[in-house]
Design a protein around this ligand. Sequence first.
Ligand SMILES: Cc1cc2nc3c(=O)[nH]c(=O)nc-3n(C[C@H](O)[C@H](O)[C@H](O)COP(=O)(O)OP(=O)(O)OC[C@H]3O[C@@H](n4cnc5c(N)ncnc54)[C@H](O)[C@@H]3O)c2cc1C
Length: 447
Amino acid sequence: MILKKIGIKVKFASKNRVHGWGRRFTDDKPIFVEEISGLKQEFLTLNQISIVGGATSYGDSILSNSRKYFSTKLHNSIAIDVENAVAICGGGLTFRELLAASLPFGLIPCVIPGTYSATVGGAVAVDAHGKSLLAPNCMSNSILQFKLVNVMGEQIVKPEDELFKLTCGGLGSTGFIDEIHFKLRKSTEYLCEERIRVDGFAKLIDLMFENQTTKEFQVALLRFGKARDIESLLITSVSSNENRKEGRDFLTWTRYLSLFLFPLKYLPFTVLNRKIIDIAVNLQFASREFSPQIRPLVNCINPLERIKSWHFLHGREGLTQWQRTIPFQYTYELEMILQEILSSRFAPTLITLKTLHETSKGNLGFVQPGWNLAIDFNYEGEVFLDFLKKLDSQIQAMHGKPYLAKDDYLSSDECKRFFSKRYFDQEQNMNRYVRNASKQLERLFML
Ligand SMILES: Cc1cc2nc3c(=O)[nH]c(=O)nc-3n(C[C@H](O)[C@H](O)[C@H](O)COP(=O)(O)OP(=O)(O)OC[C@H]3O[C@@H](n4cnc5c(N)ncnc54)[C@H](O)[C@@H]3O)c2cc1C
């Protein structure tokens, strides 16, 4: 066994404001606990404290009523067992740090969420998934074990344990997830990326099914075409041993766009009205180089990562992402839902469609075989939430599921309808461990 120790980097999580990616909920006076001894002390005195990883969940998952936060950033050690393709890392290690350590060995995590700022502990807590078509592609299915720190002390949790099901996707409700052992897989540092414009929904569905056996990653961006049908930009990639330097393409102008976006952080209103959204989407569909391109893996999988602060475009009201899985047998209904959304008065700013082929091991896991639809909207008040709740009742009828890392509005009863018995088991057991009392956990579990 070759155990390559990459080292322990120390960072200080000094933030004067806490908010999720959607920025709908903010805490301007957070009190941070950074040392594990401090967290244990909070547990011992039965205080409420919220665990914060990369803060890339969208809603109120990390927000705390007590204003106390445990930042996991100091817990970013990593060791890689190259021979067995296993990583052992601290709960606060980001995917950016993880990839920087593993890619030189030709290894990548089986699950890479859409932002490299997410932490591995956070990805376990929300049971994250990625764009990969190769199994395992859901965090709970790639984990060998982790250490859990909670009111009961410290314990090692393995996939066969009941606590494993409660913790993966449990939104931190069972305690701090640390020392995670998980599988890596082989990959080249460069990928060959293809982009195809597809007219018509049926054609897109056929292509996405075909790609499952020939490609490694896939995601489709959707929009409403001129004839009010669904058009898409299907992006796929496979490993490549070529390592041509990337040319000037849209990734180059995204760097300049980032500089322009930064001041927008301070804008009180959204600049994403329907016209601007249409222009941005048209640019995406029109200005692409469509011949296959060799690109570094990190740019291929998450191109938006290069545009820093793009979520600030949504203004102070913030954004809501509505992300649902829909079993494959409801493909026709999926199209109907998309038509309903695209012809509503609420203009989506981004629509992505992916495929999922596994079932997560967590009780509240989002992953199940089916379509993975994610839609960004400007937050537009109660009427807008009523619209989403109407869509939710259709999703429930199709046995679909919400991705709780993106949820910012479901009530306890609405959540129960999605997760049924598994949800109740979770709730019952959780009360024994819970001290990570985020606003979301309070809302969903009525703590
Ligand atoms: C641009 C973008 C793209 C995304 N794409 C994807 C995607 O493709 N797939 C996907 O699954 N998700 C995606 N997400 C969501 C995001 O990746 C997940 O929410 C993320 O994995 C959470 O990790 P985090 O470190 O940011 O956790 P945070 O947002 O900080 O916390 C999320 C929850 O986990 C808890 N938590 C965090 N760390 C720990 C820990 N160590 N121990 C116990 N509890 C903890 C928190 O209390 C909170 O309840 C995306 C987000 C963004 C902004």
